[in-house]
Design a protein around this ligand. Structure first.
Ligand code: PEP
Ligand code: MG
Length: 965
């Protein structure tokens, strides 16, 4: 920052004319060691290009681009000419401020000097006796026209001048330079052209202090049949007249600016740092990122505080932390760094440490604290683009209808079909005030009904959703966007709908599916207000038992439902993790989502049967189908009860073949319950949890404590421990891994631990020490090549040399096709294989296992995967080794007989599946499973394998399908 001090002011100077004055100034600059003699030519050239007279007897002589080399040090010196110097055009200069800057600092000098433009200071300057007098005039703060880097923002995403003005307003308001009425009274229609792409807009209402904000859009946009990119938004006082202002703008944006000057201004415009604001950072500890619930907590915490508080992901593009939509649009993921800044001398500034603490503690969610997160690259938010509409290329014309089972249970009832409502409204209005009042009233009414719903909510999850809705209606950014549109003569419904849609689309375009789903909440609450604005009431629901059929389920739809009357829910779109699915589950209402648009064609009153477990549904079911479905549900319930009652019995087939059923553990809490649920051991201990729950790498002793808990809970049962399987898509916040284009094909699992033998050895040491006398089975994840297996074993041998273990088996996971294909080569060395069908399927079919569109096609019953399993089992058994399956396929009812038939020795499944899997095995014949497997291996598609298995099960078990009657 350039500083002006008393000894920079040279009083009682005299010059005959402008050239003399410039020579005098150049002389001062040289004596002060700021420039060489050559700078004088620069001052003269600059004056010839255009005058540096600013107004009120002040000029700001400075050099040209060509004279930059003559600058030795940056600085400003002021010469006081009490008698005045003729500066041309009838202007007399009493104060010449000579500037020597190589960078863009002269804008700061301008800021200081613009104070003079605000007042009649010419006489005061002329009569000044001391340097103090001059400084006092220049520093006359209350009336100074503020322009500094906090008032400059680039990369703004606005679609028109109004939106750009809104951003400028936010900057001014954040500095308390203007108040609420400023924007409402701004007339963007009267924009002043400054230079190509640069326009100025003046506002003079609710101005606390004259100021200039400069906002630059990311793209050039059309305005008045011309182009616009940069807006100079001026908060004008009556004392700042147009002419003086124009002079300032001329200096800032004069058309004859040199390229370099333009660059300097552009450079200044790009400066986005906010150095004077308190700044603190915190890492997002929430597993699902800063989604609606924690974000709502944050908004509620800061919205009442005076002063602005802003937040950005990884320090770029700050948004107000008081705006829920802004927070959600940040798309902050787990492990990303949030930077908070707070306005100086405000309550927000005082509250900053508290805010940081609250974020660290998860904003109402249970989280593990994180201290450092340099392992994760900022997730780039996808550019907003057109949404692609996918068609499902594999829907068979006569396929039985099926959706996604979102909430278990069988339901039957009359359809109540609610199709999306279209609202009719005028687009423009002449009465802005009336529109604003209408909007206010509609919002108030919706808020009241939400408050009532929060109070009467049957479940905590539902109350939380409505609290988030309430916060959306209080969102200052949303409200100000809508008001701005109304100001531009749009009607309240048009403005409201436009802004809701715009915000929802931004959220949908983010990488994070959870945040994208929150767009639904926004539309939900948006529709309620829109309905009121259009004089519509929300559809009344019947009070007798029915199946609700909708395009998509809004959370509030579910919450408004009375579970006494709603037998089930069927939607055209949606996923199992949507809010509505969560709420449906919480209310215990059977639900099938994503059933396709054809369900909306059903007439009200048509009977529907659905199974929320399998996703099946039948329109107009026949009576026997209904009876069968009800019987099926009852038998499922009985089956589950019986399974639990007999959970301790071994899983021995009808023809006496024993399959070991073990538990997958990814959380210590589950270890104890596993034994009660019938686990014969741990088939997969996902040790990541030990590492994830700490915020730095846990040392050997810390790991031992956790591992011991599992070994103790399992008593003498075998425990298969998988060594650390992080990296790629599962980052450890404190472990630095460079950004990878294809994380699933990157440094994952054993590839990572082989590259960090220190971590690997510590984990192996902890495992061996924690399990003395116990049945320890260690396996390495993601082995693809024999060299990796050998290397991992060498490291283990090193550890065992100092920590012997007498009950140890060493195996590997089969998750990569190369390992399955080469099982013959691995089998002699391993003690066992454990097949990770989740990854094996993903790598075999080349489908990302979490892909939002494709993952349903990644079926582990595909014959290609089965052949790999077959190959693995064949060579393992040849060498007398055992094989387990620890992927999700191991608990899939239709897959179990096939896996048994392929000769798998152990199934490791999640806690609640254990009794069911054991019970199913006890009802199967091993021999029949073997012939089923032989047929499955010969199938062409996963669908035909499933059909085969369903057929098999319908003959061998009492677990039918809705379609069977
Ligand atoms: C698997 O890939 O099937 C597996 C069990 O490992 P994870 O799901 O932990 O990757
Ligand atoms: Mg895996």
């Amino acid at each position: 920052m350039l500083a002006l001090t008393l000894d920079h002011i040279f009083l009682q100077q005299h010059a005959e004319n402008k050239a003399d004055a410039l020579a005098l100034l150049a002389d001062i600059l040289v004596k002060e060691n700021l420039t060489t003699d050559d700078y004088l030519q620069g001052l003269l050239d600059r004056e010839n290009q255009s005058t540096t007279y600013l107004g009120q007897g002040i000029a700001i002589p400075h050099g040209t681009q060509n004279s930059q080399d003559a600058i030795l040090n940056t600085g400003v010196r002021i010469a006081h000419f009490p008698k005045g110097v003729d500066w041309g055009n009838d202007n007399t200069v009493y104060l010449a401020v000579a500037i020597a800057t190589k960078s863009d600092e002269h804008l700061q000098v301008l800021q200081l000097l613009t104070s003079a433009l605000n007042k009649e200071v010419k006489d005061d300057i002329r009569q000044a006796k001391t340097a103090d007098d001059i400084l006092a005039i220049l520093n006359a703060m209350p009336e100074s026209l503020v322009l500094h880097e906090n008032l400059i923002q680039t990369g703004v995403k606005a679609s028109d001048l109004d939106e750009l003005a809104y951003h400028g307003y936010q900057l001014l308001k954040a500095q308390n330079l203007v108040s609420a009425g400023f924007l409402t009274n701004l007339s963007t229609k009267k924009a002043i052209f400054l230079q190509p792409n640069v326009w100025a807009v003046l506002g003079d209402t609710a101005v606390n202090q004259p100021a200039v904000a400069i906002v630059k859009n990311s793209q050039v946009i059309d305005f008045n049949q011309q182009k616009l990119q940069t807006l100079v938004l001026i908060a004008n006082h009556s004392s700042l007249d147009q002419q003086k202002l124009q002079q300032l703008l001329d200096v800032l944006f004069q058309s004859d600016l040199t390229t370099d000057d333009r660059r300097k201004i552009a450079g200044q415009i790009q400066a986005k740092t906010i150095p004077d604001w308190q700044k603190q950072t915190v890492v997002v500890p929430n597993q699902h990122g800063l989604h609606a619930r924690p974000a709502t907590q944050l908004v509620n915490m800061v919205k009442g505080l005076s002063g602005e508080i802003k937040v950005a992901v990884d320090g770029v593009n700050f948004v107000s932390a008081k705006s829920l939509t802004n927070l959600l649009a940040l798309g902050a993921n787990y492990g990303q760094t949030l930077t908070f800044i707070a306005e100086p001398n405000s309550e927000s500034e005082q509250a900053l440490p508290k805010v940081i603490r609250a974020v660290k503690q998860g904003l109402g969610e249970t989280v593990e604290p994180i201290v450092q997160s340099n392992a994760i690259d900022a997730t780039s938010q996808s550019e907003i683009g057109e949404n692609l509409t996918w068609v499902d290329p594999f829907v068979m014309p006569n396929a039985k209808p099926k959706g996604i089972g979102a909430s278990q249970g069988v339901a039957v009832g009359q359809a109540v079909v609610i199709t999306p409502k279209t609202y009719a409204y005028q687009q423009t209005s002449n009465d802005n005030q009336a529109e604003k009042t209408k909007l206010q009233q509609a919002i108030e009414q919706v808020k009241q009904s939400l408050e009532k719903l929060i109070k009467t909510a049957q479940k905590k999850e539902i109350a939380e959703i409505f609290t988030a809705h309430l916060a959306l209606l209080d969102d200052p950014k949303l409200l100000s966007d809508v008001n701005q549109k109304i100001e531009n003569n749009f009607t309240a419904p048009y403005a409201w709908h436009h802004c809701i849609e715009q915000t929802a689309k931004v959220q949908e375009s983010l990488n994070n599916p959870l945040l994208a789903e929150r767009a639904m909440d926004l539309r939900d609450v948006g529709d309620k207000v829109l309905a009121l604005l259009c004089g519509e009431n929300l559809a009344e629901l019947p009070t007798d038992s029915y199946i609700l059929v909708k395009h998509d389920l809004m959370p509030s739809d579910v919450a408004r439902l009375d579970s006494r009357y709603v037998a089930g829910i069927l939607t055209a779109v949606g996923g199992a993790s949507s809010h509505s699915a969560i709420v449906a589950r919480a209310l215990g209402i059977p639900a099938v989502v994503g059933a396709g648009a054809q369900v909306l064609q059903v007439d009200r009153g048509t009977q529907i049967l659905l199974n929320g477990l399998t996703g099946e549904f039948v329109i107009n079911p026949k009576q026997p189908q209904i009876e069968h479905a009800i019987a099926l549900q009852q038998s499922q319930q009985q089956f589950a009860k019986l399974a639990l009652d007999t959970a301790q019995q071994p899983a021995i087939t009808l023809d006496k073949h024993h399959i070991e059923v073990a538990v997958n553990i990814g959380d210590l809490k589950h270890a104890k319950d596993a034994v009660t649920k019938g686990a014969e051991g741990v088939g997969l201990l996902r040790t990541e949890f030990v590492f994830m729950k700490h915020n730095t790498m846990p040392d050997v002793q810390t790991q031992i404590l956790d591992y011991k808990k599992v070994f103790e809970a399992m008593a003498d049962r075998p425990v298969v421990v998988r060594t650390l399987d992080v990296g790629g898509d599962k980052p450890l916040p404190y472990l630095v891994i460079n950004h990878e284009e294809n994380p699933f094909l990157g440094v994952r699992g054993v590839r990572l631990t082989l590259r960090r033998p220190d971590i690997f050895k510590e984990q192996l040491t902890a495992l061996v020490q924690a399990s003395q006398g116990k049945d320890l089975r260690i396996m390495f994840p993601m082995i693809a090549r024999l060299e990796e297996w050998q290397k991992a074993c060498t490291i283990l041998d090193d550890v065992l040399a100092n920590n012997p273990h007498d009950k140890l088996q060493v195996g590997m996971m089969i998750e990569v096709p190369s390992a399955a294909i080469m099982a013959e080569k691995f089998a002699p060395y391993v003690d066992f294989f454990s097949i990770g069908t989740n990854d094996l399927t993903q790598y075999t079919l080349a489908i990302d296992r979490g892909h939002p569109v494709l993952s349903a096609e990644a079926d582990g019953l595909h014959p290609s995967v089965l052949r790999l399993i077959d190959n693995t089992v064949k060579y393992a058994h040849k060498h007398g080794k055992w094989v387990g399956v620890c992927g999700e396929l191991g608990a899939d009812t239709e897959a179990i007989p096939v896996l048994l038939g392929l000769g798998v020795d152990e199934l490791s499944v999640s806690l609640n599946q254990i009794p069911l899997v054991k019970m199913q095995i006890r009802n199967l014949s091993y021999q029949s499973c073997q012939s089923l497997a032989t047929q499955a291996l010969a199938c062409d598609t996963a669908t035909s394998v499933r059909a085969l298995s369903q057929d098999f099960l319908s003959h061998h078990q009492q677990q039918g399908s809705l379609y069977e009657q």
